[in-house]
Design a protein around this ligand. Structure first.
Ligand code: UDX
Length: 456
């Protein structure tokens, strides 16, 4: 039951305008609303053009917008460096003005990781600050140890070394996130992560998009190491948890054929393939996946995304398998993963896709490419035991034979029963964590109690 103070407590959420950041913080906001808080979400004005719902509120959350210094139509995804630069220049001033002119008095500010300057704004207006960490807790530990130079990591002269960090298994160099490797070429992400981890002493609570039962050892280790790290997830779409509401902020161009086609397939028979929202497969990768699928003769649902304004070329090798499955440019992924016909998920192992797969209880074939994905793939195979990993060739690609081998191993191989059992156990644990009295629900309550105590 909410106290009088809870009903008057207003929390401000702040994020940049990216789907993978907005959706989890919006879901956290909904949890806070359900616990009796008032929630305001502040993001860049550019978010407005992609929003699917009424711009003044979503699920009880009030929306506010501040300028990042760029025109609304500027292509932020294609010019990430420039976007991050202007956002960190104009964001603090505009956010401060928004807070100072807002009719509500806020009790706390919660931000997503790539806007570390929000901690400085929170300090300026004397408000406690929490960060919603949107990747695995494992990644938080790795970056914390790396950016604060607490352990040795691979270097140019020792590029293949393994790393053992508190609460985690041994990671070989190729299982570490690409940003901590000497081969990393994405300097802008490196620089922003460095700022995030150098600013963490200003953050009072870290709320993780994970749950205790999924990453227990590392979460315990983080809390023993002086962090207040409380997992509050999995922050996945409500539809995946069997609720009717549609809580995605962004419009999407789903291919409605998917569900109709899945309805005609046998239970647990379909291989679902998707590589998230950022990666584009090369012709060689598409050809090898097609060859692997053909060798299994199993039905498949395959999302092949192409760069903006480009069409999928008419490859002959895709014609050969067109009767065997369905190829689309976008799918309603959470509905797909919840469908009984889906037997396994060939995934790049982006954190949102993996959490969705865990909540749906679907086994994974891990095909990681960069950033957190190699580390997430290690969790899939060695920690959770819910899938297998595609072995790479010497040139970093993978063969059609390997795709076929992995599909068979997960669908009907010796390990398939154990994999399926582990996946179903994690599915149950994910739901329990969110239920009344579950581990994540308790963490949200603890957080709300602390925030309320600051304003009483
Ligand atoms: C990026 C990084 O690549 C990833 O490594 C990191 O963990 C998060 O940020 P992205 O590549 O987009 O994410 O992958 P992911 O995190 O898996 O998110 C993709 C989202 O798009 C999922 O929520 C998925 O349900 C959705 N999606 C994808 C669809 O709804 N339909 C599709 O056809 C493809």
């Amino acid at each position: 039951m909410s106290s009088c103070c809870e009903q008057n407590t207003n929390v401000l959420l702040v994020t940049l305008s990216a789907q993978g950041h907005l959706n989890p913080i919006l879901r956290l906001g909904k949890s806070l609303v359900s616990k009796g808080l008032h929630v305001t979400l502040a993001t860049n004005s550019s978010t407005l053009k992609n929003m699917s719902s009424a711009p003044n509120s979503t699920g009880g959350i009030h929306h506010e917008f501040f300028s990042d210094g760029l025109p609304i139509d500027y292509n932020r995804k294609a010019n990430m460096d420039h976007y991050m630069d202007t956002l960190s220049k104009f964001g603090p001033v505009n956010l401060l003005a928004l807070i100072q002119s807002h009719p509500s008095k806020f009790a706390c500010i919660i931000h997503t990781p790539f806007v570390p300057w929000v901690s400085d704004v929170a300090a300026d207006v004397n408000l406690p600050n929490a960060m919603l960490w949107i990747q695995p807790s494992t990644l938080y530990q790795i970056y914390h140890r790396f950016y604060n130079r607490l352990d040795d990591f691979p270097t140019e002269s020792n590029p293949d070394m393994s790393v053992k960090l508190p609460g985690l298994p041994v990671f070989h160099a190729d299982e570490l996130p690409s940003f901590v490797l000497p081969s990393n070429t994405f300097r802008s992400f490196d620089s922003i992560l460095k700022q995030v981890f150098h600013n963490m002493h200003k953050v009072k609570w870290v709320l993780g998009n994970s749950f205790m039962e999924l990453e227990k050892d590392v979460i315990v280790s983080l809390n023993n190491g002086g962090h207040v790290f409380w997992p509050v997830g999995p922050l996945v779409p409500a539809t995946l948890l069997g609720k009717e509401e549609d809580d995605d902020l962004f419009k999407s161009n789903e291919d409605s054929n998917c569900m109709e086609w899945l309805n005609k397939q046998k239970p647990s028979s379909v291989v679902y393939i998707s590589f998230g929202t950022l990666l584009f497969l090369s012709e060689k990768d598409i050809k090898n996946i097609a060859a692997g699928l053909k060798s299994t003769n199993r039905p498949f649902l395959w999302v092949i995304r192409m760069p903006e304004n480009k069409e999928l070329p008419e490859y002959g090798f895709l014609d050969e398998i067109k009767e065997q499955g369905l190829i689309v440019s976008w799918s309603p992924q959470t509905q797909v993963l919840s469908h009984p016909a889906v037997g396994c998920f060939l995934s790049h192992c982006g954190w949102n896709s993996l959490l969705e797969s865990v909540v749906a209880g679907v086994p994974v074939i891990a095909c990681p490419q960069w950033t957190d994905q190699p580390t997430n793939a290690k969790l899939v195979t060695d920690v959770w035991g819910v899938g297998v990993k595609l072995k790479k060739d010497s040139d970093g690609g993978f063969s059609g034979d390997e795709v076929g081998r992995c599909v068979e191993e997960v669908m009907s191989g010796l390990k398939s029963e154990v994999i399926r059992k582990n996946a179903l156990e994690l599915k149950a644990a994910a739901r329990e964590a969110l239920m009344n009295g579950g581990s994540s629900d308790n963490n949200i309550r603890m957080f709300v109690d602390e925030v309320v105590s600051f304003c009483s």
